[in-house]
Ligand binder design. Structure first.
Ligand SMILES: NC(=O)C1=CN([C@@H]2O[C@H](COP(=O)(O)OP(=O)(O)OC[C@H]3O[C@@H](n4cnc5c(N)ncnc54)[C@H](OP(=O)(O)O)[C@@H]3O)[C@@H](O)[C@H]2O)C=CC1
Ligand SMILES: CCCCCCCCC/C=C/C=O
Length: 394
């Protein structure tokens, strides 16, 4: 493990609780993906032979056939809160594979808050929705990739796609067979890395400090709180339901409250930490930030990770503004995007995987079944229906 991670995050373990494991996962048999429609079930000898052949990359691929991918398209730019009618489900015929190419099928897809602001900024109507998936290699014309292997891809909301392999990340070789591969989209993926780098590099969290995190029961927030505990901090989290608050306490948060039902957010923040906060990992922005900033300790650090309370605004929110408390408390407030540390993802994933395997970081996933339900899962996540990482299982 790198020096930084050991120095800042080594230490006390959190409690292990099997009831908090994710509630659903799939197992997968690489054999099944090559069975062509209309072919009778294979004997076990044929299956074994097929497995051996497919692992050695057949040229041309053994199960070449026309594949139709389903894709979700942004039909209409979101106005305010996204609606299911803003999306269109389409079918696309994929061409035959060229040399060096792979055919992949999505197994798990991620729905993330960034899709809301990114769609506005980077997409035009008719584009396939951006996003990441865990996908299985179905055919390979590329010797670097074996049929049956699982990768993380950034191919958008598609059931099947073709890649030249350059944009694919194989799951770490140390990934335990028993660990759900969907975690590569959450705790052991981009959201976990956001928590890791945001806390270490932006908040510069230190032993004995007090850390505040909002949207705390979500994909990023739940990891932030648990890493801060591993790093020897006091952790205060808030979330939008009593059920989520109970979960936060179960996974080791020292204080947690429901920001929707407290009479006064100001009072709840004061009660949770009368001395204030050294670090604030802000996932929410807006009014929450303008209240929380007054509870920062002198020289406190604020990691501006997200602003989900503002993503659906049609009219920009007005102050109160942050400058006066920033000046008098001499605060540091820094926005960041996790891709800043692209060259250190291996380090972060290794550390996160280790903590998950050791039971020091617990994971929960909100799994929606069915590719057809992607827009619903995305909208549900924006509304706060997810506990932990929101995932769609194809
Ligand atoms: N900077 C970066 O590189 C990255 C930033 N992010 C940001 O981190 C934040 C969390 O992302 P992620 O963990 O994936 O998502 P979550 O799993 O936390 O899901 C989103 C959660 O946000 C909460 N929420 C929604 N609307 C509001 C609101 N108006 N006020 C307060 N809370 C709200 C809901 O929880 P609740 O029930 O508690 O309200 C909801 O469950 C987002 O802002 C996202 O954009 C994520 C990844 C990378
Ligand atoms: C199309 C896949 C992009 C994967 C990188 C995601 C970076 C997320 C940055 C988030 C910003 C705010 O939510």
């Amino acid at each position: 493990m790198p020096k930084l991670a050991t120095a800042s995050l080594g230490g006390s373990a959190t409690h292990r609780d099997p009831s908090m494991q994710r509630h659903s996962h799939t197992s997968s048999d690489p054999l099944e993906v090559c069975v062509t429609e209309g072919i009778q079930p294979l004997s076990w000898v044929q299956r074994l032979l097929t497995r051996l052949v497919s692992r050695r990359h057949s040229f041309p691929p053994a199960c070449s056939k026309m594949v139709t991918a389903k894709v979700w398209v942004l039909k209409k730019h979101f106005e305010g809160f996204p609606k299911t009618s803003d999306f269109d489900l389409k079918k696309i015929e994929l061409p035959n594979l060229k040399d060096g190419e792979l055919l992949l099928e999505s197994v798990f897809l991620s729905v993330d808050p960034y899709m809301r602001p990114y769609s506005q900024r980077d997409m035009k109507e008719g584009d396939i929705m951006i996003g990441t998936q865990v996908a299985r290699i179905v055919e390979s014309n590329n010797p670097a990739f074996t049929v049956g292997a699982f990768v993380v891809a950034r191919s958008g909301w598609r059931t099947h796609f073709i890649s030249d392999g350059k944009d694919l990340q194989l799951l770490p070789s140390s990934w335990p067979e028993s660990l759900p591969k969907s975690l590569a989209l959450g705790t052991v993926g981009m959201p976990g890395l956001t928590a890791y780098f945001g806390l270490l590099e932006v908040c510069k969290m230190k032993l004995g400090e007090t850390v505040l995190v909002n949207a705390a029961a979500g994909a990023v927030g739940s990891v932030v709180g648990q890493l801060a505990k591993i790093g020897g901090c006091k952790v205060v989290g808030c979330a939008g339901s009593d059920y989520k608050v109970a979960y936060l306490k179960k996974i080791g948060f020292d204080e947690a409250f429901n920001y929707k039902t407290v009479v006064s957010l100001d009072e709840a923040l004061r009660q949770a930490s009368p001395d204030g906060y050294d670090c604030f990992f802000d996932n929410v922005g807006g009014e929450f930030t303008s209240i929380a900033i007054n509870h920062m300790k002198k020289y406190g650090r604020i990691a501006v990770c997200g602003a989900i309370s503002q993503y659906n605004d049609t009219v920009p929110q007005k102050g109160p503004y942050v400058q006066v408390p920033m000046i008098f408390k001499e605060l540091q407030m820094e926005g960041f995007i996790v891709t800043r540390w692209n060259n250190r993802w291996e380090e972060g994933l290794k550390a996160l995987l280790k903590w998950v395997v050791e039971g020091k970081v617990k994971c929960h996933e909100q799994v929606t079944e069915g590719f057809e339900n992607m827009p619903m899962a995305f909208i549900g996540m924006l509304k706060g229906e997810n506990l932990g990482k929101a995932i769609v299982k194809v």
